[in-house]
Design a protein around this ligand. Structure first.
Ligand SMILES: Nc1ncnc2c1ncn2[C@@H]1O[C@H](COP(=O)(O)OP(=O)(O)OP(=O)(O)O)[C@@H](O)[C@H]1O
Length: 267
């Protein structure tokens, strides 16, 4: 297991032509925490993750522990230990759960070190199966897994890659309540050794499982702190209550945000 380290994002800026999608956002995701990035549609949440993971070009500074992240190629960033999932799970449907994990583990394996690394890899795969509670499904094709289980497998694939930061884009979208809760529990298990960053619209899920929250709005950080702190912040209430341009989804989030529950069971 690699040493855990904080992901530090400083003054991150991302532009698309003349449009500034992220205009100087800063936050620190600490190991041992589930750090939620929330904000209305178009706030720049996914773009932040895209920039940190090398999918889009950004300026500013991003470090994982002592290592520079920004400006490096996608594969290098993954090798440094920044892993991510997308809104749609991308597992190999024809292959078994175990084969998917094995392929993910191969990322760290060069041909000449195959044998030497094998024992460590097996331990990580066993651990990932256990953490994601997919042990009983290890030989089943990933294609038959439920939507939630596919997301867990993707998280398992990041675990076997020994990711030190997991960046998860809307991991519970489309999940049943039971699957959401199981996902929250999973995130709290895996955060013991690493930082977890979650982009999420589901306010109930956020309230129940966030250790820390950063609220983005129009590409900048509007508010940050504990669940209770951001919920009590009038600026946050204001953007979620919105304007004439508020979407139905924003309205639902505003309603959820207005429920003043001071933190969840894991906060
Ligand atoms: N490749 C791109 N080219 C141009 N504009 C983009 C691109 N990607 C994102 N944007 C714009 O950047 C802004 C931020 O988008 P982003 O997807 O990061 O927001 P978000 O907070 O993740 O929103 P949502 O919750 O709706 O997914 C939006 O206005 C979006 O249209």
């Amino acid at each position: 297991m690699s040493q855990s380290a904080a992901l530090t994002v400083q003054d991150l800026e991302v532009t698309f032509g003349a449009f500034t999608a992220v205009g100087g956002a800063s936050f620190v995701a600490e190991p041992g925490e589930v750090h939620f990035l929330i904000g209305p549609n178009g706030a720049g949440k996914t773009t932040c993750v895209d920039a940190v993971t090398g999918l889009v070009r950004g300026s500013g500074r991003v470090t994982l522990g002592e290592q520079e992240v920004l400006g490096r190629p996608v594969q290098k960033i993954a090798r440094i230990g920044v892993g991510r999932t997308f809104q749609t799970a991308s597992v190999f449907e024809q292959l078994s759960v175990l084969q998917n994990l094995d392929i993910a583990a191969g990322m760290h394996r060069s041909p000449w070190s195959l044998m030497g690394r094998r024992r460590g890899v097996e331990d990580r795969i066993r651990d990932a199966l256990e953490q994601t509670q997919l042990e009983d499904l290890w030989d089943r094709p990933a294609g038959i897994l439920s939507h939630g289980q596919k997301q867990w497998l993707e998280i398992g694939m990041l675990l076997v890659q020994d990711a030190r930061v997991l960046m998860l884009d809307e991991p519970v979208a489309g999940m049943s309540l039971e699957e959401r809760n199981a996902t929250g529990e999973l995130l709290h298990r895996v955060k013991q050794d690493r930082a977890v960053v979650v982009v999420e619209h589901d306010m109930e899920f956020m309230r129940s499982f966030a250790s820390r929250v950063t609220v983005l709005h129009q590409g900048t950080v509007l508010s940050a702190g504990s669940v209770a702190e951001v919920q009590a912040d009038p600026k946050v209430q204001e953007v979620y209550l919105g304007t004439a341009s508020m979407t139905e989804e924003d309205a639902a989030q505003a309603d959820a945000m207005a429920v003043q529950t001071a933190g969840g069971p894991h906060a």
